[in-house]
Ligand binder design. Sequence first.
Ligand code: SAM
Length: 287
Amino acid sequence: MEKLSSPKITKEIVNKYGFKFSKSLGQNFLIDENIIYKIIEGSQITKEDIIVEVGPGIGTLTQYLADKAEKVLAIEIDKSLIPILEETLKDYENVEVINSDVLDLDLKGLIENKFPDRKVKVVANLPYYVTTPIIMKFLEEEVPVKDIVVMVQKEVADRLKAKPKTKDYGSLSVAVQYYCEPEIITRVPKSVFIPNPNVESTVIRLKVLENPKVNVKDKKVFLNVVRASFAKRRKTLLNSLSFSDFELSKDEIKKILKASNIDSNRRGESLTIQEFAILSNNISSIL
Ligand code: SAM
């Protein structure tokens, strides 16, 4: 089977099966081999790697992943793509396709079952309507993952790697940087997909840390503090936390902020991940 990474072959396959692109499933297929090589290089795949690909589409990136890796587990929601994948991936014995919504799967159980004691790499051109839930699922459900290399909307990549006191810094930045070290691999123009998406894209690598960046007593409280602190960006921490689910009085919050060495007039966007950890640990200890 020829490689799929050209507009001509992609169109031939799509027409042969009468496949209709679904906008609501985020179906924009890659048609540029250079970008595929950048994703492959950025993922540093070896024959010892097990890859989980979310949304293989017609199998374009999958073919290149399969050439490099020990095994590829590809999870595709769209039933109409399954017969196409059977054809395009028929020469690749190390690929398994699962027809499912990735968000419905017990990924931790699935991977521990199929690949005991192994950590996988996630490599994908993600469907943009569910980028954040997919990334957070791998991280929060403690799926054994060592690396996540994904194509995402440029604005999302900017938020994933944003630092404090910048406009892009928010709860997603803190939540992801708690687990990972982000690194931009490459910017990607609209022209490398069919159909062209409305937005620019970025390939980003999230190197999953052996241990989270900071010590937190209770992960749930930490993530709740982070979300509450950014819920209203213009509000001070004192106000944001007073209106959160913690049901703490203003006096209690003032005391906690003081004990955390954080001025109560500061806003969430100025806190480092270390400061969020200290603050949430102090909140955990009185809940
Ligand atoms: N990997 C292909 C490529 O690069 O050409 C296709 C990428 S396309 C941006 C996203 C793919 O994710 C589509 O094939 C779409 O059907 C699939 N998809 C969308 N939502 C999904 C979900 N919740 N679970 C699994 N796959 C999904």
